[in-house]
Write a protein that binds this ligand. Structure first.
Ligand code: ZN
Length: 616
């Protein structure tokens, strides 16, 4: 074993030498002048990390003793004896002191900018275990508190309320919100992001009356007397009011990016996702002015918006590949929605919900687009040259429709990429999927991305109310994906749930809800439609889901996602190794440092703080 590894290392080192000497600009100031000293020149590393438990997440999940970095790139990975000779008088040697180093965590899907805006501008209304709001009185009190400091023309915006987390177990109505104010417009959004409640003033501004028809794929809620009750279900209805909210200023948006950069970096994230309707100009500005500190992948809300951004880099031919602005802002593809949210019973299913609440007994919710409309969208995006398409699909009916559309676009009459695997067609959330759907994903080379936090935060409710045990056991069916060797990914969907890669890794390995209920079964039932097979996966498989597989999903597997020669120096340093600790401890491992392209963007200073406290 050992000799094979060291042979591999030597080979890698030779490759590295050739590679780094032949690419100008790789090492700042170390660029060889043409033709001279090429053979004799030795790499001098800018940084060497050593004496740590380095998990490379390469193909074999191998370990290394040291890593050398030049500029923002990894130039050697291997044993101490091989790496240390790369140090020169200017090399910074970082002793990891036995700590664990992993590739930086890669956010497969979240809403980076809106997380920051929400934290900066909205009243936080989450219920336990995320927040503190336990009942309607507390919710209204939090909004009233904001009313005291509101300036003329401003709205009260609330984020993250949870009907199921309130003692009353119901959604607020305009009558509740009118108790806070009938003069100031109020909009509060459910934590799923798929429903909002507004007061009478906001309904008036949105022009919504008892006669207003439902916009497509959406519903306006009503009281028994037919008047609107303030509840707006799904995006098109929500937009009728939210479009009138005074826009957040450019400066606030920049500050939101700075705030959320720090929050993600503290969790070990080196690449974040701005996963819907991205604004390229804003991210450019944020990077140029030091608000953005970590990498960010941008997903555009329409083909036109994506074209506009990509056009800055060239014509149609550049759309099949990621485009980079100064290394850190990545134009990454197009994102759509095909259904709603499981916890609002708006995820589109083939069989009715377990309990249907106020809906009829056969309630399966509804799709955003008909099959024909969805096919058209996917074909339009594909034919425009984009290889990466991401679609929000929670329920199995939405997943069927999306797989059909992805299958359609692979027909010979449509554009063919250089290799079929150039297409990175992703299903975002894949929350309640059937086993046969994973077979189709495998056949077509699709990528399921799981919103893994569901099992922890909502597992109990899905089992008791929305889906029943049989379907709930197989929510986020990671084992089905692993068994088929699909390059599946795990994500947090922040701000829906907190950004915390180690927590979703823990969730995929343990599948327990926050109350300790098991979201898995050992009972294997043959022939049932929702086969309840144990869906727990290994720590190694889960780690790939938040690193290299996520990079693959976004066509960045040659750039980042593992600690290998030629890739970016994106790392996270942890107090313990998540592959070696007790599985139940994974989510509690401390993030000590986060490094993007060789630069530290987060460092845990709690030890120093403790010292300061003691001195005072
Ligand atoms: Zn999302």
């Amino acid at each position: 074993m050992k000799s094979t590894k060291s042979r591999v290392f030597t080979y890698m080192l030779i490759l590295t030498l050739i590679f780094s000497l032949s690419i100008p600009g790789l090492a700042a100031g170390a660029e060889p002048s043409k033709g001279e000293k090429k053979k004799s020149q030795k790499i001098e590393a800018d940084i060497i990390y050593y004496n740590g438990d380095i998990v490379t997440v390469d193909k074999n999940m191998s370990s290394a003793e040291a890593v050398a970095v030049v500029g923002n790139e990894i130039v050697a990975v291997g044993k101490m004896g091989d790496i240390m000779p790369l140090s020169g008088k200017n090399t910074k040697k970082i002793n990891l002191q036995g700590k664990t180093m992993l590739p930086g965590f890669y956010d497969a899907h979240s809403h980076f900018l809106s997380t920051g805006i929400s934290l900066l501008t909205s009243v936080q209304l989450q219920s336990p275990p995320i927040g503190t709001i336990k009942n309607m009185d507390q919710l209204l009190a939090a909004l009233s508190e904001r009313a005291k400091t509101i300036k003329p023309g401003e709205w009260i915006i609330g984020r993250g309320y949870d009907d199921g987390g309130l003692e009353e177990g119901r959604h607020p109505t305009r009558e509740d919100l009118d108790k806070v104010s009938t003069e100031i417009p109020i909009v509060i959004t459910h934590f799923s992001g798929h429903n909002s409640v507004v007061n009478s003033k906001a309904l008036e501004i949105g022009g919504i009356t008892k006669d207003t028809p439902n916009p497509s794929g959406s519903e306006i809620g009503h009281f028994a007397d037919g008047s609107p009750n303030g509840q707006l279900w799904e995006l098109n209805a929500m937009k009728m009011v939210s479009d009138h909210i005074p826009p957040v200023t450019q400066q606030q948006r920049l500050e939101a990016i700075a705030l959320v950069s720090d929050i993600y970096a503290a969790k070990g994230v080196t690449t974040a996702n701005d996963g819907a309707g991205s604004d390229f100009e804003l991210f450019k500005k944020a990077l140029d002015n030091n608000y953005l500190k970590i990498r960010s992948t941008l997903w555009f809300g329409s083909v036109d918006a994506a074209k506009k951004a990509y056009d800055q880099f060239g014509g149609k031919e550049v759309r099949g590949k990621n485009q980079y602005y100064k290394d850190l802002v990545v134009l990454n593809g197009v994102k759509y929605f095909q259904d709603g949210s499981p916890q609002l019973r708006t995820a589109h299913l083939t069989d009715p919900y377990f309990t249907t609440g106020e809906y009829p007994e056969d309630w399966v919710a509804y799709p955003t687009y008909t099959q024909e409309e969805l096919n058209e969208k996917i074909i339009e995006t594909h034919q425009a040259g984009f290889n990466q398409i991401y679609v929000h699909t929670n329920g199995d009916a939405a997943i069927d429709a999306l797989i059909n559309a992805y299958e359609e676009v692979r027909k010979p009459e449509y554009r063919q990429p250089a290799k079929p695997s150039d297409l990175r067609h992703t299903l975002i959330h894949t929350q309640f999927s059937r086993e046969d759907q994973f077979d189709r994903m495998k056949d077509l080379g699709l990528i399921p991305s799981f919103l893994m936090h569901h099992a922890y935060y909502l597992g109990d409710r899905h089992m008791a109310e929305y889906f029943g045990p049989e379907r709930s056991y197989r929510m986020s069916a990671t084992k089905d994906a692993a068994n088929r060797d699909l390059p599946f990914t795990l994500h947090c969907d922040t701000p829906v749930f907190p950004q915390d890669p180690l927590h979703i890794m823990w969730g995929a390995v343990n599948r327990l809800s926050f109350t300790g209920q098991e979201i898995f079964t050992e009972n294997y039932k043959e022939g049932t439609k929702y086969r309840s097979v144990d869906q727990r996966i290994t720590p190694e498989q889960a780690l790939r889901g938040i690193t290299i597989n996520a990079a693959y999903q976004d066509a960045e597997e040659n750039i980042t996602g593992s600690i290998e020669v030629g890739k970016r120096a994106d790392f996270v340093i942890l107090a313990e190794n998540p592959l070696k600790v007790d599985k139940m401890h994974i989510k509690d491992i401390k993030v000590l440092e986060t490094i993007v392209g060789g630069k530290t963007v987060f460092k845990d200073d709690s030890k120093n703080k403790d010292k300061d406290k003691k001195q005072k």
